[in-house]
Design a protein around this ligand. Sequence first.
Ligand SMILES: [Zn+2]
Length: 303
Amino acid sequence: MTRAKIKAVSPDLFLITLPPPKPGFEDFISVWVKTGNPSFLVDVGPSVTVQALESALHELGIRSLGYIFLTHIHLDHAGGIGHMAQRFPNTPIVCHPLAISHLGDPTRLWEGSLNTLGDTARAYGPIQPTPENRLVNVENFKDLPIKAFITPGHAPHHVAFMDGPFLFAGEACGVHLELASGDVYHRPATPPKFFLDTTLNSIDLLLAQRPEIICFGHYGLSDQATHWLSFHKKQLMLWESILKDLLDQEGEEGFFRACLERLILEDPLMSPFHGFDLDTKKREEDLIHNSIKGYLGYLKTPG
Ligand SMILES: [Zn+2]
């Protein structure tokens, strides 16, 4: 069994890192847990790391949870939810209304993940069904002070949560990695079907809440939440202009290579890419490929 890493970011907020058995994914998949009243978990990680998550919660002395919040139902965020629903039988699971039927019967979700992610989906492990009576439509969730914001973009069923100054952004603000050198790598996460305007509107909704601390789905946190949200908007527009420029490149592989080269050259927060080890590079290339595919679909048929 892989072991989770627990990092306290405040006396009652913890980042739990869940490494799946795949090289390059060591410090990438994580969940957030808040102790106290109410206690809650934001995302649960894939099914393959669910025992590691349970051990980490045990280590933190968590025997029950007030809520489980799902930012979206991609396998690396929600794959373990069927198991966690059983492990915490009294905990409401709050998610986007579009997610409910997919979690109740995850057959299509699993097949779609295999198609998009291939071996990575297999490494994450299949998702077990969750009884629909355990799932709470986020539109009906009104438990102040935790607020939920419907933020389609990275996924149509994406939700962000806010607790006081903390914004649990899922992937609404892209992927953020702070490197050992102190450099930051930050990129869009825009798999198909991607709609730029919808994504920008979701970021505006989050900016309007004036969060202070942003807790990323991937990875870690920053106390400059509005800076990163505003920066990410500009980055999404920069990617649009670069990728638009290259649309007449021949062949999918040629198009992808040309895009990657230009993005690393012209987007300052992509430049740490060249310093990654081979496994991390491979992970990032695959995920950037999906993001470029999202843009491609959008640029060919916007709206
Ligand atoms: Zn995702």
